[in-house]
Design a protein around this ligand. Sequence first.
Ligand code: EPZ
Length: 426
Amino acid sequence: MDKFIIKGGCTLNGEVTISGSKNAALPILIATMLSSDDSIIGNIPNLDDVQNLKQLLMDFGIKILHFDKKNYFSHIINKEFCYSEPSNEVVKKFRASILMLGPLLAKIGKAKISLPGGCAIGKRPVNMHLDGLSMMGANIIIENDQIKAHVPNGRLSGARIKFRFPSVGATENIMMAACLADGTTILENAAQEPEIIELAQALNSMGSMIIGAGTRTIQIIGQKSLKGMRHIISPDRIEIGTFIAMATITGGNIFIKNVCLKTLQSIVINFQKIGCNFHVDQNGVRVNASKQIQNINIKTAPYPGFPTDMQAQIMSCLCVANGISYIQENVWENRFMHTLELTKMGADISTHGNLAIIKGKNKLTGSKVKASDLRASAGLIIAALSAEGTSEILHIHHLDRGYVTLENKLVQLGVDILRVNDSNIL
Ligand code: EPZ
C-alpha cells in the first residue's frame, strides 16, 4: 500500500491545473450506454473510480478508446453492447456503480448488480434509487446483496417522484432512466448539485429533453432513442476547494488555472470569512491567504449549502484557527473519522453526534496517521502541510479514488511530498 511522506511548514505558491470532476464524469460515462451510437467525452479524470467504471462498462461490451491522450478525449464505442452481470468485486469498490441500474432498466429492461461500495462515511442505502425506479414500473428485489430488477412490460413509464432527501445519486439514476421512459417524469425535491446540471447537459446533447436541472423540480420528457453524447467534463469543484484549503492553511498564494467560482459560492464565502482572498480574472482564480485563520461555524448541507465533501478539508484549517469553531455534518452519519487522526497531530477536537467542536491551536505536529476515506485523506494532507516536522499518511489509496496525481500538483506548488510504496503497511 502507498503512503505519503510530507515535510510540513511549507507555503504554497505557484499555479495549478484542476482535473475533470469525478462526480460529474462517473454518471456521464454511464449515461453513454443509453445510446447505441458512439460517444465522445473530453477531460475525463484518470482516477481509480473511473478505471473501475471503465472495467464495468467493458463487461457490457462497451469499448473506451483514448484517442487524444493530451486532452483526455475518450471514444466510447457501444456497437457491441451486450447484457452482462457486472463483476461484484468491482461494483463494490465504489458507490457510483449503482448508477448503472437506471440506464440498464431503461435500455434493456433488466439488470442484476450487487449493492455498491464506496467510502465508509455512512450506511449508504439505495432505497430512494429503488423506490423511484419501482414507481416507473420496474420490479426490484434484493437477494444476497444482489439487486435483481426487470421491467415487466418492457419499457419504463414516466412518474412523479418526490425524494424525501435531495439525493444526488438517486436524482442522477432516475433522470437517466427517465430519458428513455414512456411519457414524462417529474422529480421533486431533486438534488441541485452542479453535477446534476452537467449530467442533464450531457444527456440533452444526446437528444434528451430535461428541463429544470439545478432546481428542486426536474422534468424529463422520455424519448424513443438517443444519439451519441458529445461532452467535455468540467473541472472538479471539490478539488478546487481542496486547493483553496491548502493555500489557506499554509498562508499561500496560488493561481488556479481555467476555472471559475460559479459553483463554489458557499466554499468561497466561508473561506473568505476565515481569511482567504480571491481574485478572479479571465484565466482563472488567484487565492491569497492571510497568515491568520479565523474561527467559524459550518453546517454542511445539500447544494447550494456548504458541501459535505469539503468538511474534512475546512476542519483541518480550523485546527490552527484563532478561537473555537463548530462543524455540523448534516449529510452523512459517519463522516468524522478524520478527527481521531487529526488529534494525533495535536488538534483539539471533540465530537458529539454530528457536531465537531474544534479549539484552534498555534500549531500541529507532524505524525504518522491513517487515511480512512477519500476526503479524510485530503484533510490529513492539508493538516500535514502546516504541521511542524514530517508526517506520514498511510492508506493513500483512498485519495487516488478522487484526486489525479495530487502529489505532483503539490510538488509544483513548492511542497516537499513523496509517495512511497510501503509493503509493510497492512
Ligand atoms: C454523492 O454521493 C457523491 N458521490 C458524494 O461524494 C457526496 O458526498 C454526496 O453525493 C452528497 O453530496 C458521487 O457523486 C459519486 P446522496 P451519493 O445520495 O449520491 C441518503 C466524494 O467524496 N440516501 O446525495 O451517494 C444517504 O445515506 C463522495 O466524492 C438514502 O437514505 O449521496 C446520505 O445520508 C462521498 N437513500 C444522503 O442521502 C438513498 O437511496 C445523501 O446521499 C440515497 C441516499
